[in-house]
Design a protein around this ligand. Structure first.
Ligand code: M6R
Length: 608
């Protein structure tokens, strides 16, 4: 997990690389560095800590040159340090490499190279790459990179520059994302599109095992046999501003507020009154849908929580049994899969290593894979049989909010699509449900109007050490997401429990002043939740309740109540999660935490 960039053009490379890295800090931010070629010399500058440290260092000791590579790191092999920061070089300092991914056989390669007299400076897996390129170099950098790639196992997006061939940048990818930006007389490589958007909107999306050779004359895409590859240019239509904060103090808050829009975007041309659900991207046939005997939903973190909501709605509307599992567990067991099993993976980034591995395992067993992802051209989207894109736009805050919301929308759309194709619900029933979901963006706006009361509650509980989230049915799924959001952004220990489980142990933790957030939006479970609120109140808990407008007797039991607008309770998660996102946000701000980049976390977990 890391971000890489590269530049070849007429500008000074250093500011372009640093600016690109600033858009990739969400991929990792424990150290950063650049390698720039000037007058045939290779200069490397790298620093532990945030990108700002590198920027300051480059201000103190400017590096000229218009060809270079850069890296922002999230440590895997070797703790964050100047030595372990990228770029890494060969001993002579003539070859420099940035890498995102993991070289799995690096120990073996390191021993082999050490036996041949090579000396290593870092603890990283990456350092074997420039040493291998050095070992194989016989006058052609591309040949040496190709030979190196044949030796290494694992995942990688790699950028290489060398003073031996000072006009060239070479890049290659396998299982880690990489794009090429095509400007006017200038070219870029990057782990993600926002890094190049200030310069160009024309992009090549690289596939696995493709090599890129860039010099001032242009870009060549080549196979490992050096055969030319033709690729259509992908023109980015979303705005560069979309990746900026847009006036909000943090990306997380901006992204919370973008939710009404992104819900609409995700439904546009798919959910229309009077028309069947239209999923153009999905090729699965009516007959295949009718034959599905089981669905596995596999994902990680927040995406997994969206999957739990998916289970409820798909089973309820489409009457297909669904199992939901975290990808890191699923990939290492032997799930019962046959040709009538549908695998659904959910991944905002489309690059999560465990999710991708689970997808591959399942495909190998012959099941069809439907991916729900936010990133066009991501590895998950390319490897799945069908893709339903969530149109959340770039999500920069590490804590997922708008992507989760659109993943929920995707779950509802898929459930309705299957229900329609299986003739489970009548046209009238489907129209009523469509109307409900089409009204959600307006209702989310109403929930956002409650921001002040949530901010106020956060200011009362931000110093608490523990917080509990309780819910039943779909509210339990929302409680899990609320709890994850709070712990990752504010570092408060929190747990989510199904209300009915309380008496089976967790109630022992409730004492005077324990903060408990209860979610009570499911009409058929409402009275049960009120009993749970009473149980924790009796033991001294401070309770914030989330309930639907009209359920006023909750006020008699909870300390504070946040109401969400009336909605069919099947769709309540789309509204109920918003106050919980805001609670996490304001608690984090009040505690002075790094809201958009919480400690120890990275946006996209591209290693196991
Ligand atoms: O990109 P993905 O949706 O596959 O990422 C999955 C998780 O890593 C992600 O949801 C993570 O849990 C977020 N930090 C949650 O806010």
């Amino acid at each position: 997990m890391c971000g890489i960039v590269g530049y070849v053009g007429k500008r000074q490379a250093a500011p372009v690389l640093v600016e690109g890295l600033s858009k990739l800090e969400y991929r990792g931010y424990d150290s950063a560095g650049v390698a720039i070629i000037n007058d045939g010399n290779l200069n490397v500058t790298k620093c532990k800590g945030r990108l700002k440290n590198l920027e300051n260092e480059l201000n103190r000791n400017p590096v000229a040159g218009s060809i270079g590579i850069g890296h922002t790191r999230w440590a895997t092999h070797g703790q964050p340090s100047n030595f372990n920061s990228h770029p890494h070089c060969n001993e002579k300092g003539t070859i420099s490499v940035v890498h995102n991914g993991i070289i799995e056989n690096y120990i073996e390669l390191r021993e082999w190279l050490t036996g041949k007299g090579h000396k290593f400076l870092s603890e990283t897996d990456t350092e074997v790459i420039p040493h291998l390129i050095d070992y194989f170099y016989e006058g052609d950098l591309l040949d040496a990179v190709i030979k190196t790639i044949k030796k290494i196992e694992g995942s990688y997006a790699i950028g290489v520059v060398s003073s031996l061939e000072p006009d060239k940048l070479i890049a290659v990818r396998k299982d880690s994302p990489l794009i090429v930006g095509l400007g006017k007389d200038e070219y870029f490589i990057a782990s993600d599109i926002p890094a190049v958007l200030n310069y160009t909107r024309d992009i090549y999306l690289l596939e696995d095992n493709e090599f890129v050779v860039i010099n001032k004359e242009g870009v060549e895409l080549l196979s490992a046999n050096k055969e030319k590859i033709e690729r259509d240019i992908y023109h980015v239509t979303w705005n560069a501003d979309a990746a900026e904060k847009g006036g909000y103090e943090h990306f997380m808050l901006k992204e919370i507020h973008e939710q009404p829009k992104v819900i609409k975007d995700t439904m546009t041309s798919r959910v229309m009154p009077g028309k069947p659900i239209t999923l153009d991207d999905i090729k699965i046939t009516k007959e295949q849908i009718q034959n599905i005997d089981k669905i596995y939903i596999v994902a990680c973190g927040t995406a997994y929580h969206a999957g739990i909501v998916g289970k409820y709605v798909i089973e309820k509307l489409a009457k297909i049994p669904v199992e939901v599992e975290v990808a890191s567990e699923f990939r290492y067991r032997e799930p019962l899969i046959n040709k009538n099993t549908l695998m659904m993976v959910i991944s905002q980034s489309g690059e999560t290593a465990d999710t991708l591995a689970a997808l591959r395992e399942t495909k190998a067993l012959g099941a069809r894979v439907l991916a729900v992802t936010n990133v066009v051209g991501s590895t998950v989207s390319r490897e799945a049989d069908d893709v339903l894109y969530t149109w959340a736009g770039p999500e920069i805050a590490v804590a997922s909010t708008k992507a989760y919301e659109t993943q929920l929308v995707a779950m509802y759309i898929i459930a309705l699509f299957f229900a329609e194709n299986k003739n489970i619900l009548s046209k009238e029933q489907i129209e009523i449900l469509k109307e409900e979901i089409l009204n959600i963006p307006e209702k989310v706006n109403k929930v956002l109007e409650n921001e002040k009361s949530i901010k106020n509650f956060a200011s009362k509980v931000y110093e608490y050490k523990d917080m509990f989230f309780l819910g039943r049915g779909l509210d339990y799924a929302v409680a899990m997401e609320g709890s994850l959001k709070l712990k990752e952004t504010s570092y408060i220990h929190s747990e989510a429990y199904a209300g009915g489980e309380l008496k089976h142990g967790p109630i022992a933790l409730i004492e005077d002043g324990t903060a408990v957030v209860t979610i009570a939006t499911q009409d058929y479970l409402f009275e049960k939740m009120v009993s749970n609120i009473k149980e924790v109140k009796t033991r001294g808990a401070k309770v914030l309740a989330l309930a639907m407008e009209g359920s006023s007797n909750v006020e008699k039991t909870a300390d504070e109540v946040i109401y969400i607008p009336q909605v069919n309770s099947l769709f309540a998660p789309l509204l109920a999660v918003i106050p919980l996102q805001l609670l996490a946000y304001y608690t984090s701000v009040k505690k002075g935490c790094d809201v958009d980049k919480p400690r120890n976390l990275a946006k996209s977990v591209t290693v196991e």
